[in-house]
Design a protein around this ligand. Sequence first.
Ligand SMILES: [Zn+2]
Length: 223
Amino acid sequence: MVLVVVFGYVTKRVIQTRSWQVAGELVHRVETDEKIVALTFDDGPTDADADAVLDVLEDRGVPATFYVNGQDVEPNASTMRRIIDDGHQIGNHTWSHRPMIFISPSDVADEIESTDRAIRATGYDKPLTFRPPHGKKLLTLPLYLAEHDRLTVTWDVAYEDWSGKPQSTEDLVDATVEQTRPGSIILLHPWFGRTGTQEAIGPVIDQLQAQGYRFVTVSELIG
Ligand SMILES: [Zn+2]
């Protein structure tokens, strides 16, 4: 009984911790004294939200990194086009956003490789880092990533803007700015009509820039 409880606890920790996985390289922030940070956006994209997300970045000349779901790439081709044309980075966030735990090796490969193909079909040719849905991983996923030399990128700054819990844009901005430090990777979920998060993007950038921070893509941050 005790063993079962201990095993359950360890398994849960392995699934949830964002700074470590059993195999393959994982980055959740970068150790640096320089005031540089990466802004990352997960899921989607969704054409309906493109202007709300991308105009604010364009106005401020800020690059970001978009972890997209393969299933949303082709149906939102014009947004993908603009993400690329505006000079942002793209990453792989699985095809269907299913939790990548207790999943077979062939399903892992399907989720990741079909998404790679969808992204490559847009013409994007830069390296594709990977981010697991909800940051969750256990065994088959890290083993695949290690075998294929794929870098996993999680985050160290996130507020629960995906949880559906009521929250104000102001709380999201305050929490995000407060948690950010040199080398941080910031996570926001602005697609699917999340106006609260969309409205937070500008103030987050403005407040961090006022503190002397500079925004770079994940690849630039990692160097
Ligand atoms: Zn996600």
